[in-house]
Design a protein around this ligand. Structure first.
Ligand code: GUN
Length: 278
């Protein structure tokens, strides 16, 4: 039987710690504020943005919302970002992705001042992470490090295998596990003999975007398994990239879906807003 890594509980602890810190900062006369920009009304984005605003409210961060119409031009969005970059009363700027097709996402991400890039997507933030300088770290992989640390799972010297090489999860995850002195392998869709690679892992992080892709035969006995995926199955039930029922008996610790990695992303966004570049 694996230990369940409880992301709901750990994210709640982090949010409580941040709430205390924000209250202290307020006493000293400092207010933290986050600008949240959504362009268009993609329903999933609206849910995420709503949850981000709620988390801000709970912690005591002032959220400044920009709900812009789908037809907003790239220039209009860039002008808003430019104005927010210059405002001393705004600590963080978050542009919810995806953006409508007529807006260049890279251009928008690069327009955000890297000192306010709480998502950690700006090339300056990514570069800082690679060379071990202070900078914002992408929230999902940062949350996974917190899950491991707060569950007393040692990373140093461990074989860490990440399946998936996205800019938002796989690549920054590799950098973070390396920073913690893990021995890191990044596997992906072109990896030959994936099972042989994943079976080496003491810590296996799965971010492939395919429901129940990782079954027991990909996992070493006693491995720690972190599931970044979230999907709805044919019965409208949530599941991850890991086939939980087959993998759980073999793992020493595992994150459930829902209630594992998911809740950590917003907690770490709040962490980035409060703590700045670290
Ligand atoms: N869309 C899906 N996930 C994210 C995220 O973490 N940040 C932003 N800005 N947009 C997203």
């Amino acid at each position: 039987m694996a230990t369940l890594i409880d992301g709901k509980k750990i994210s709640a602890e982090i949010k409580e710690e941040l709430k205390e810190k924000v209250a202290k900062l307020k006493e000293e006369g400092t207010e933290i504020s986050l600008a949240v920009i959504q362009v268009g009304n993609d329903p999933a984005s609206s849910v995420y943005v709503g949850n981000k605003k709620k988390a801000c409210e709970f912690i005591g961060i002032k959220s400044v919302a920009y709900e812009l119409p789908e037809e907003t031009t790239e220039k209009e969005l860039l002008d808003i970002i430019d104005e927010l970059n210059g405002r001393e009363d705004i600590n963080g700027i978050l542009v919810q992705l995806p953006l409508p097709a007529h807006i260049n996402e890279d251009k928008v991400i690069e327009a955000i001042d890297s000192s306010k890039d709480v998502d950690g997507f700006h090339p300056m933030s990514v570069g800082a992470l690679s060379i071990g300088k202070p900078g914002f770290v992408s929230c999902t992989p940062a949350g996974i490090i917190q899950l491991l640390k707060r569950s007393n799972i040692e990373i140093a010297g461990k074989e860490c295998v990440i399946v998936g090489r996205s800019n938002i999860v796989g690549k920054p995850m590799a950098m973070l596990l390396l920073r913690e002195n893990g021995t890191v392998t990044v596997a992906h869709s072109k990896t030959k003999d994936l099972k042989e690679v994943t079976k080496r892992a003491d810590i296996l992080v799965v971010a492939v975007g395919k429901p129940k892709f990782i079954t027991a035969d990909y996992v070493k006995e006693g491995a720690v398994v972190i599931d970044v995926g979230i999907h709805r199955n044919e019965n409208n039930k949530l599941c991850g990239d890991v086939d939980f029922d087959s993998v759980e008996p073999k793992a020493s610790a595992i994150t459930p879906v829902p209630g594992g990695v998911g809740p950590m992303t917003i907690a770490m966004l709040m962490y980035n807003c409060v703590n700045g570049r670290m």
